[in-house]
Design a protein around this ligand. Structure first.
Ligand code: COA
Ligand code: AMP
Length: 631
């Protein structure tokens, strides 16, 4: 057996040979001219000259190669009491016909399509149909409010928006269509067509001349064939939180993406064609793009599409039921889902009710895996519990434990080792590599492997400035951490204003931008406080303008409402407090990091540049009253 270290070594010593070998598993209409074009760093191109189609690789070729009757998607929806199994042949029919429907509305190669949908198979159908046509999809998570959707519409400039009438979120019925209508109203970009999937439990009103009913449109459409695209052509844009209110449109290509994701299914997750794989996330997040839709289908396995929650739909045994009923081999979710289950059912009584002998491994990512959750899951499931670290930008894991190559021992607090293709280093603020065991900035030496971002959509400058400028020659991950003597990477958390709420990435900078629009607010700071269930929650401190005498609590309620309306419920912004002043440096920079340390009872060094150190006592008092920090 080849050891993991040998495979890793070959990937960094000769990346081109390594990825050329992996590329053999993808069907190319025309082979690439070159494996890597590195002539214009930091814009690297994998497999230039190659012609292929991602949808063909994810569906058609399996139908042609004997998997026509194998189930491709298991749609399990406890919230609507639905179970549906879609074979590869059926999926091909659905996707090609929906591609025809999109084409009938003028969508073609290079056009953009925004998809705002709940966890229903039609979301995957819409994504794959775009891929089939060479169109670029941009899926927006359903928990985002119209304002956020509008920002994405204006930036992505879609020809068509695909949506559904609504969703059931736990026990709540939510209407999506009014949100889409409002977003279109708020955006300046003209959206000519909205394709709407009507769900049984909530029917939407259609706008004449603009809105089209999914079922009706499809019944009048002819199947469309796969369009040949360049490996380097874009497959999708996925907006993710940066440090400001304007999200970053991460751009993914077709060829490198297909090669890397296919490689990861066996080598990282040990999933073979025909295996049942479940990623309990949402198509609106990168985990959903990569591991609910593309990777499992590229591999010819069966993917579970779960429309429900870990708890409450109907109980804390939901995950075990799905695993046992569909013979799931491995599950991928966020630690927060396990913390939710643990809170409801600490002794794991529900687990005992199900036969989960099919289950081989739990993969967790999206946020730091705390030791309690790790051990609780290990003790309950009695299978390996594997942490791995990645980002929307990379599209697949940077650090993990490649069970398909060699399962390495788990070290608490570490997602294990850098994956093949990623030359991970720790550097200090001057870009110097630090000794083993020393904390610093986690960076990856360029070029990044295939499947990672190629740029930010319509913003090459921001791509360079956000990721490639601070440490020339490296990709800046914005996470901090260290590497130990054995090469295990420990990820300690973000170094910027991005926070992680229940595995969802949000920007405190975006929340501050909204709060500062309140007429009574002079200035504010939002930062992440540790939370037992969701990992982090945002906390806001605000100073009112001179002369404002209104009750701080009233203002707080208005701020909470503003953030909910502008970003969405997913921001979970519920806690804020009026303060007299905020701690700042002498040059006027708000010391958010110091306040975050106080809120989380972490040791901090008094910033040498602080304007007035006594403010920190005041802030400690406020935060203590709010229930944070040292008692
Ligand atoms: N559409 C609309 N609203 C949504 C939504 C969606 N797709 N997803 C979440 N929301 C809403 C929720 O209804 C809730 O609204 P509320 O404030 O009115 O109650 C709010 O956004 C916060 O949602 P969430 O953080 O998910 O909290 P929760 O209490 O509903 O559930 C967990 C808590 C832990 C069960 C849930 O967060 C979970 O299952 N997490 C798994 C993590 C995950 O899948 N991460 C993806 C990356 S791997
Ligand atoms: P996202 O882009 O939404 O996938 O969020 C990426 C961020 O989530 C990373 O930059 C990390 O801060 C955090 N993250 C993801 N996975 C892990 C993990 N396994 N351990 C620690 N942090 C993680």
């Amino acid at each position: 057996m080849t050891s993991f270290d040998e495979v890793f070594q070959s990937s960094v010593e000769n990346p081109e040979a390594f990825w050329a070998e992996a590329a053999k598993s993808i069907t190319w209409y025309k082979e690439y001219d070159k494996i890597l074009d590195d002539s214009n760093p930091p814009f690297y191109k994998w497999f230039p000259g190659g012609k292929m189609n991602t949808c063909y690789n994810a569906i058609d070729r399996h139908v042609e190669n004997g998997r026509a009757d194998q189930v491709a998607i298991i749609y399990d929806s406890p919230v609507t009491d639905t179970l549906l199994k879609i074979t590869y042949k059926e999926l091909l029919e659905k996707v090609s016909t929906f591609a025809g429907a999109l084409a009938s509305q003028g969508v073609g190669k290079g056009d953009t399509v925004v998809i705002y949908m709940p966890m229903i198979p039609e979301a995957a159908v819409a994504m794959l149909a775009c891929a089939r046509l060479g169109a670029i999809h941009s899926v927006v998570f359903g928990g985002f409010a119209p304002h956020e959707l509008a920002i994405r519409i204006d930036h992505a400039q879609p020809k068509v928006i695909v949506t559904a009438s609504g969703a059931i979120e736990g026990v709540k019925t939510l209407e999506y269509k009014p949100l889409v209508d409002s977003a279109i109203e708020q955006s300046t970009h003209e959206v000519s067509k909205v394709i709407l999937f009507q769900r049984d439990f909530v029917k939407s009103t259609m706008i004449d001349g603009r809105d089209l009913d999914w079922v009706e449109l499809v019944s009048n459409s002819q199947p469309a064939d796969c369009v040949e695209v360049d490996a380097t052509d874009p497959l999708y844009i996925l907006y993710t939180s940066g440090t400001t209110g304007m999200p970053k449109g991460v751009l993914r290509d077709n060829g490198g993406h297909a090669v890397a994701l296919h490689w990861s299914m066996k080598n990282l997750y040990d999933i073979d064609p025909g295996d049942v794989w479940w990623s309990a996330s949402d198509v609106g997040w990168v985990v959903g793009h990569s591991y609910i839709v593309y990777a499992p289908l590229l591999q010819g396995s069966t993917t579970v599409f779960y429309e429900g929650k870990p708890i409450g739909t109907p109980d804390a045994g939901a995950f075990w039921r799905v695993i046992s009923e569909h013979k799931v081999k491995a599950l991928f979710t966020a630690p927060t889902a396990f913390r939710a289950i643990k809170k409801e059912d600490p002794e794991g009584k529900f687990f005992e009710k199900y036969d989960t002998s099919c289950f081989e491994c739990l993969y967790l990512a999206g946020e730091r895996l705390d030791p309690d959750t790790l051990h609780w899951a290990e003790d309950l499931l009695k299978v390996p519990v594997i942490d791995h670290w990645w980002q929307t930008e990379t599209g697949w894991a940077i650090v993990g434990n490649c069970r398909g190559i060699e399962e390495l021992p788990v070290k608490e607090g570490s997602p294990t080792k850098a994956l093949p293709g990623y030359d991970v280093r720790i550097v200090d603020d001057d870009g110097e590599v630090v000794p083993k065991g020393t904390e610093g900035n986690i960076v990856c030496k360029l070029p990044l492997p295939p499947g990672t971002l190629t740029t930010l959509w319509r913003n090459d400058d921001r791509y360079i400035q956000s990721y490639m400028t601070k440490f020339p020659g490296y990709y800046e991950t914005s996470d901090g951490g260290f590497i130990d003597e054995d090469g295990y990477v420990f990820v300690m958390g973000r170094m910027d204003d991005v926070i992680n709420i229940a595995g969802h990435r949000l920007s405190t900078g975006a929340m501050e931008e909204i709060i500062s629009n309140h007429p009574d607010v002079a200035e504010c700071a939002v930062f992440g406080a540790d939370d037992q269930l969701k990992g982090q929650l945002p906390v806001g401190l605000f100073v009112v303008k001179a002369g404002v005498t209104r009750d701080g609590d009233e203002i707080k309620k208005e701020l909470v409402k503003m953030v909910r309306e502008a970003i969405g419920p997913i921001a979970c912004f519920r806690d804020a407090c009026q303060v007299v002043r905020l701690p700042k440096t002498r040059s006027g920079k708000i010391l958010r990091g110091t306040m975050r340390s106080i809120a989380n009872s972490k040791e901090y060094r008094m910033p040498s540049t602080i304007d007035d150190p006594s403010i920190l006592d005041e802030i400690t008092e406020y935060l203590t009253k709010m229930g944070y920090g040292k008692k």
